[in-house]
Design a protein. Structure first.
Length: 67
């Protein structure tokens, strides 16, 4: 789980890049709290070969990345 709430871009993308590089997980959950981060993390994840599911949790967002 990458908790990137409270960070503005590009920090959430960098945090996800590090998690992917360190472990190449088949599934990764990411928590963010702004739409810009949702869009940028989604773009990175899709380019890295992940499918992305976004859940809106009252202003916070959970992204589930799966290979």
């Amino acid at each position: 789980m990458v908790d990137a709430r409270g960070y503005s871009c590009p920090t959430p993308v960098i945090m996800v890049q590090k998690a992917v590089k360190d472990g190449a997980p088949a599934m990764l959950e990411v928590a963010v709290d702004n739409q810009c981060s949702v869009e940028n993390v989604t773009r990175f994840a899709r380019n890295a070969g992940y499918q992305v599911r976004v859940s809106d949790l009252d202003g916070d967002f959970k992204l589930t990345l799966t290979k």
